[in-house]
Design a binder for this molecule. Structure first.
Ligand SMILES: O=C(O)CCC(=O)C(=O)O
Ligand SMILES: [Fe+2]
Length: 463
């Protein structure tokens, strides 16, 4: 039965579905779990506080945000805190209204679109429960419900649970080109034996996925360095020689075959910006450039970015409107123009580069509202040597053409899943001269009221 899983692709509904979330409190104190409403209200999720060591169960929807924090002794604590009482009257407030004053610490998280078991630890970090432990809990519940009919009744649910991880492993196997080494035996019919076998299979799959990811990451880095090492390498166009696509009088060329992978389109648009616009954006950015040596590790630990360059935000409405219009033309996203990030001007001098990274989430996990899902990269000044952009997992290399733009998106048009790794990319080291790009990282789920600054680039709240 489990052997069949290798050919199962989980179908994900585009509709928002209710998601069960269990929040285990290991913070060392009594807490309340609050839903953070879009208007900024804090709505308690349980009638009573959750003690240290116990769990709160909530039902929510993908992208909804929650806060976990210490309890307050008085219902007016929030109001008093907003009036500045934490500072004026610290002795009472920090004891009785520690939650409202932030003294007891707090944790926030956004709901993904799968059932999750979250743990809030003593340092208020939120961890997502291991796959094997989730398997054990699920199987115990299934066998409780299935009773004597356990074997036939449990099978489809086990298949469904493991399918997600199996496809993650399959994907890594595909990217790495490693021969499949996954052998999964059909589990026993006896409940206890079955639970142990499936938990061990879950653990095995999880480890295999992690191990393979490490390998594919190393491979991507090797390919990237090989690509960067040939600075004269031309752009790898993959479009049909006899078919041209035009957008607003500009030629669009495909760099990656989006027809069989619509979630990872990579295209190039000639003459996307004018020399005047580039001059203007660079001139505005120049006096405000700041050295960026390292950005953060996001929520998802395997997504990290590191750049060695100078950068500054700039606003130029005509260019911003154009990037959104292009994105909407090359995708079916209908991105809003309100609430988007400003443009980012990035200057690289000799030796500087941008290591392999995804601009948002590009690891096949569900897209979270507010996150980035597309990028428009405009080449405003080319290095004399070096400074290409490479997408090693897609086999795409871009030798920048002045004033052109590279467009790529990384969310599937219908399933709401982010694409897996093909849009991971990097800026090769500049060997001589100076390179300037203007990047527009585009978001979905933002608005005037809920602008990009409220969300992490990976979606969910910006902590
Ligand atoms: O400079 C490049 O070629 C890449 C820049 C980039 O990846 C970004 O701005 O996100
Ligand atoms: Fe990037």
């Amino acid at each position: 039965m489990l052997l069949l899983l290798l050919f199962l692709i989980p179908a994900l509904a585009a509709q928002p579905k209710s998601v069960a979330v269990s929040v285990r409190n290991l913070s060392g104190r009594e807490v309340m779990v609050y839903w953070l409403s879009p208007s900024g209200e804090r709505v308690p999720q349980t009638p009573k506080p959750t003690k240290h060591g116990s769990s709160a169960s909530i039902n929510s929807y993908e992208g909804h945000r929650f806060e976990v924090r210490g309890t307050d002794a008085h219902e007016k604590c929030d109001m008093w805190a907003s009036m500045g009482e934490c500072k004026k009257n610290p002795r009472y407030m920090l004891k009785s209204c520690a939650g409202a004053c932030g003294g007891g610490g707090r944790a926030t998280f956004a709901v993904a679109d799968v059932e999750e078991f979250l743990t809030v630890d003593r340092d208020w970090s939120v961890s997502r429960e291991s796959f094997a432990l989730r398997a054990r809990r699920l199987l115990e519940r299934i066998f409780d419900e299935c009773g004597d009919e356990s074997c036939g009744c449990a099978a489809p649910q086990i298949d469904q649970f493991l399918a997600e991880k199996v496809s993650e492993v399959e994907l890594e196997i595909r990217i790495s080109g490693a021969p499949p080494s996954l052998v999964v035996e059909p589990p026993s019919c006896d409940a206890r034996a079955c639970i142990d076998e499936v938990v061990s299979a879950a653990d095995h799959l999880d480890r295999a996925a992690k191990e393979l990811r490490k390998g594919t990451k190393e491979k991507a880095e090797r390919l990237r360095n090989e690509s960067c090492a040939v600075p004269e390498r031309p752009t790898t166009f993959q479009d049909h020689p006899n078919v041209s696509l035009w957008w607003e009088g500009r030629r669009v060329r495909d760099l990656f075959h989006y027809s069989f992978m619509p979630e990872a389109r990579i295209s190039m648009v000639e003459d996307f910006v004018t020399a005047d616009e580039c001059r203007e954006m660079m001139a505005r950015a120049r006096p405000r450039l700041q050295r960026a040596t390292h950005a953060h590790d996001g929520d998802l630990t395997h997504v990290s970015e590191a750049r060695d360059a100078q950068q500054a935000t700039v606003t130029l409405p005509a260019v911003q409107a154009r990037t959104i219009s292009l994105a909407n033309f090359l995708s079916n996203y209908s991105l809003p123009s309100d609430g988007q990030e400003a443009l980012m001007a990035i200057q690289y001098t000799r030796g500087q580069q941008y290591m392999l990274h995804c601009d948002g989430s590009c690891d096949g996990t569900p897209f979270l509202s507010g996150g980035r899902l597309a990028t428009v990269l405009m080449y405003c000044q080319n290095a004399d040597e070096g400074g290409a952009t490479t997408f090693p997992n897609a086999g795409v290399h871009v030798s920048p053409a002045l004033y052109s733009a590279v467009y790529f998106h990384f969310r599937h048009p219908t399933t709401n899943l982010t694409e897996a790794w093909h849009t991971e990319h990097s800026g090769c080291p500049v060997l001589s001269g100076e390179k300037w790009v203007i990047t527009h990282w585009l978001r979905a789920g933002v608005s005037k009221e809920q602008p990009a600054s409220r969300f992490s680039p990976f979606g969910g709240p910006n902590n």
